[in-house]
Design a protein around this ligand. Structure first.
Ligand SMILES: C[S@@+](CC[C@H](N)C(=O)[O-])C[C@H]1O[C@@H](n2cnc3c(N)ncnc32)[C@H](O)[C@@H]1O
Length: 247
């Protein structure tokens, strides 16, 4: 249907549409993208780079996100890395006394939206990279990694979590709030059905990832895990909130 394993399905993405919508990205779910380096799906269109970050900034700044953000960011100290930094919606929840956060995110518009929040806080925020799958950060150099509503979007979440493990010092903590696959069969079925559309419409966002299993499979030890539905459609809102330690 997509031309077999040697053709990238993005070749069938209509050319004009590319500039208007999220262009498909490399994804290990797609055998055609196995040739990561040679595949031409890198890059994002106007929608993905300009419109979507603004939409996410509006959608994720609501009051119901405040509690999870406060809990996830509240325990940060020392050297902190935030993956999927976005528009800096976690900045207001950084603890007083935190000195520096290294930020990773591919969306330029997110950086611009974050600038105002960054300017009004005392934490120094340094952009160090654009891809959590390849962190330009030294091994065992970070005390905490923060990720909120990001592992759904990173094309190869396992690769990113491997990088999280690599950069955390032994005893360092991965603090996360992520949406993912619900335990209820009816919700899970709907999530699996909707994920291909969701990915196209929302920058690669998967509804069907078992975040707790991915974190554990990356060799991080879960020391806290809360799961719950947030307000709104259950398929979008099943949440994994927790802390995992690098042994
Ligand atoms: C749904 S947004 C969440 C933003 C922010 N963490 C928040 O809580 O508001 C997902 C973010 O992941 C970022 N992202 C996508 N692919 C990424 C990658 N490979 N590495 C790091 N961040 C990525 C997107 O640019 C976007 O800012």
């Amino acid at each position: 249907m997509y031309g077999g394993p040697n053709r990238c399905f993005a070749a069938w993405w209509p050319r004009d549409f590319i500039t208007m919508t999220a262009r498909p990205r490399h994804d290990t779910d797609w055998p055609c993208c196995a040739r990561r380096r040679a595949c031409h799906t890198d890059g994002v269109g106007l929608y993905a780079d300009q419109i979507l970050p603004r939409a996410i900034n509006l959608a994720l700044r609501g009051g119901e996100f405040a509690g999870p953000r406060a809990r996830a960011a509240g325990g940060l100290d020392g050297e902190v890395l935030e993956i999927g930094f976005g528009s800096g919606l976690n900045i207001p929840y950084y603890p007083a006394g935190l000195k520096r956060v290294q930020a990773v995110d591919p969306a330029a518009a997110g950086r611009r939206l974050a600038a105002g929040r960054a300017a009004s806080c005392t934490v120094s925020i340094e952009y160090v990279g654009t891809d959590a799958e390849a962190l330009p950060v030294a091994d065992a150099s970070v005390d905490h990694v923060l990720s909120t509503w990001t592992l759904c979007t990173i094309p190869d979440a396992m690769r990113a979590l491997g990088e999280v493990r690599r950069v955390l010092r032994p005893g360092g903590a991965f603090r996360f709030v992520e949406h993912g696959l619900a335990p209820d069969q009816s919700v899970a079925r709907l999530q699996q059905l909707l994920t291909p559309v969701q990915r196209r419409a929302f920058g690669g966002c998967h509804l069907d990832r078992r975040i707790d299993q991915l974190v554990a499979a990356a060799g991080l030890e879960l020391t806290r895990l809360d799961t719950y539905y947030m307000k709104g459609p259950r398929a979008l809102g099943y949440t994994f909130e927790g802390v995992a330690i690098r042994p």
